[in-house]
Design a protein around this ligand. Structure first.
Ligand code: DX5
Ligand code: ZN
Length: 253
């Protein structure tokens, strides 16, 4: 499936835990680029989810990179445990961390990819001094803690601001979005500048199965790429550069 440079990271929070290994293998076979593991401690967010043993178990069933989204109050105490369990990237929140630079350096010292996460109410500007130290930024598009929430549309301009900052300070840094991502919202985030999309319920909660859900999301991302380069006017699409006019790839939507 051609999604350009946009990657999909299915979030196992929405998976059927009784068949977790099988669901992750399905996602891998359907073209997932990485697997997103949400870790919640009941303090940083008002919910409990999973810990390092899940990462260790998944490490045996998939070759995909495992990214660990740490929604916990004291990430420093768990970095080593997740690294040893097989996490490939460690994503830590800006919020509530008085020593984020130290946390990031500790994660890097473990030889892992490191990402910083910001919540919907946190401005892009807080990333300015830490961006050069990380490989990834994750912009939350819902408040963290639960799957299956509604996408917060006011995060879209912020995604654009983070994209500009990445191009200025750390080209090549991934810009990931997480929360309420489905075939409707995915193209909006891609047009705003995201290149990695986390999706839980849109992939594992789809009655049609994981492969069909991955295809639907992938097709919507292609539309997002078109929208980023032009506009649909009725049944025609007009490219921003050069004014090319073609049949609208979005079907006039
Ligand atoms: C929310 C988690 C998300 C969650 C997304 O706190 O960080 O990764 O699994 O779930 P959906 O895609 O259902 O919004
Ligand atoms: Zn997450």
């Amino acid at each position: 499936m051609d999604r350009g440079s946009v990657k999909i990271a299915p979030s196992i929070l929405a998976a059927d835990f009784a068949r977790l290994g099988a669901q992750v293998i399905e996602a891998e076979q359907a073209g997932a680029d990485r697997i997103h593991v949400d870790v919640m401690d009941g303090h940083f967010v008002p919910n409990l989810s999973m810990g390092a043993p899940i990462v260790q178990a998944l490490r045996r069933v998939t070759h995909l990179p495992l990214e660990t989204h740490l929604m916990i109050s004291d990430p420093d105490s768990f970095l080593e445990e997740f690294a040893e369990a097989g996490s490939d990237s460690l994503l830590v929140h800006w919020e509530g961390n008085n020593n984020l630079h130290r946390t990031v350096q500790r994660a890097k010292a473990l030889g892992k990819r490191v990402g910083v996460v910001i919540n919907p109410a946190t401005p892009a500007a807080v990333l300015e001094e830490i961006l050069s130290d990380v490989q990834q930024v994750l912009v939350m598009t819902v408040n963290p803690g639960f799957g299956h929430q509604h996408f917060i549309h006011t995060t879209l301009p912020k995604i654009g601001r983070v994209r500009q900052m990445i191009e200025r300070i750390k080209p090549g840094c991934d810009l990931e979005v997480d929360g309420g991502i489905d075939a409707e919202t995915a193209p909006l985030t891609v047009a705003a500048g995201a290149n990695v999309l986390v999706a839980g319920s849109a992939i594992f909660g789809d009655n049609g199965g994981v492969a069909a859900a991955m295809k639907r999301l992938g097709d919507s991302i292609k539309r997002g790429g078109w929208h980023a380069r032009g506009h649909c006017h009725g049944s025609r699409w007009v490219c921003i550069e050069g004014g090319t006019i073609r049949p609208a790839p979005c079907g006039g939507a």
